[in-house]
Design a protein around this ligand. Structure first.
Ligand SMILES: [Zn+2]
Length: 328
């Protein structure tokens, strides 16, 4: 459950019940009576119990602890309110910090429901009540200290530089120690699973391009070990980044061929339904609503990329409908 992955850096496996990700790796870095914790797990009794048992086992004084949350997702940010209540300082990027607080408001979920409906998805009234982002979100508001690209967090011998890597979420951050060549990759680079790249609405255009740019940004760094938020430690980050880029290239080709073989007008849902998914359901109509939402976001971000890069000519999209223009 607790493993020392580097001198005074502990990886704690926090269970994520009923979630395919299974476990969140929380990293706890300690120095004398000071500590820096990276990510927390869900606000769920099972996550909470293990998280605080790790804190106790490592003898961490929460009144002298900073907690860095890499991004807004509840498996990373779930216990921020509890930790703030116990005296920790919470650190987040401005964008994802504000988004985490927004997700505590009922109005944000109403807006998301409208967005789903605009995709033609039949959203039951209580649909989002079972969404982990709502169900296991922090228990209340908390103030946070903003961190941004280039900022340095010092703890013991480590000087962790904040690296901005938008893509998986609009303002996700990673941490990098140049001297020790260790890198905390959050959900930006994962070993055996591909991070979900979705669609965040028209106010966040070009998500997939941003993600790929963020992969390219960290590719040249000298990294001995990469510590991700899920699954195993990555030894060869360059190899993994190339694999992730290849995965999206294959996905782009798949979406492109669906569009080119399709009719002159297609919805994003028709495109998503034609893509291949590693989900144990025979047909698109059997997908549970939350899985449909993820799939639609993924389809949309790939369609947007193809249009932006002029890989599909004469096509444009208005909301969720992709239309082929009359060619003259
Ligand atoms: Zn995430």
């Amino acid at each position: 459950m607790i493993k020392e992955v580097s001198n005074n850096i502990y990886q704690c496996e926090i269970p994520l019940p009923e979630n395919p990700l299974k476990i969140l790796n929380s990293y706890m870095i300690i120095d004398k009576n000071e500590a820096l914790i990276i990510d927390t797990g869900f606000n769920h009794p099972a996550s909470k119990e293990v998280f605080f048992r790790c804190v106790e086992t490592l003898g961490i004084n929460l009144r002298k602890t900073r907690v860095l949350i890499t991004h807004l997702h509840a498996d990373h940010s779930g216990l921020t309110y509890d930790l703030y209540q116990r005296g920790c300082e919470i650190l987040m990027s401005e964008g994802d910090g504000n988004a985490t607080l927004n997700l505590l408001k009922e109005s944000t979920w109403r807006k998301l429901k409208e967005q789903m409906k605009s995709y033609g998805i039949d959203v039951e009234n209580d649909f989002f009540d079972e969404h982990p982002g709502k169900k296991y979100a922090p228990a209340g508001d908390f103030p946070f200290t903003k961190v941004k690209e280039g900022g340095i967090l010092e703890i013991g011998p480590y000087r962790l530089k904040v690296i901005s890597v938008p893509g998986h979420t609009p303002d996700m951050i990673n941490l990098y120690d140049e001297k020790y060549q260790i890198y905390f990759s959050a959900d930006h680079v994962l070993a055996s699973i591909t991070p979900n790249i979705g669609y965040w609405g028209p106010e966040h255009p070009g998500v997939l391009k941003q993600y790929i740019d963020s992969l390219n940004k960290i590719l040249p760094l000298r990294v001995n070990e990469m510590y991700p938020s899920h699954r195993v430690i990555i030894k060869d980050h360059k190899k993994r980044i190339h694999e992730l880029k290849k995965h999206h290239r294959r996905r782009l080709n798949e979406v492109k061929s669906i569009i080119l073989q399709g009719t002159v007008e297609m919805t994003i849902e028709e495109i998503a339904a034609g893509m291949s998914w590693k989900i144990p359901f025979d047909s698109w109509k059997d997908f549970p609503p939350a899985q449909k939402a993820f799939a639609l976001g993924e389809a949309m971000s790939h369609v947007e990329y193809l249009i932006e890069n002029k890989e599909i000519r004469h096509w444009s999209h208005i909301d969720d409908v992709l239309v082929k223009q009359e060619s003259e």
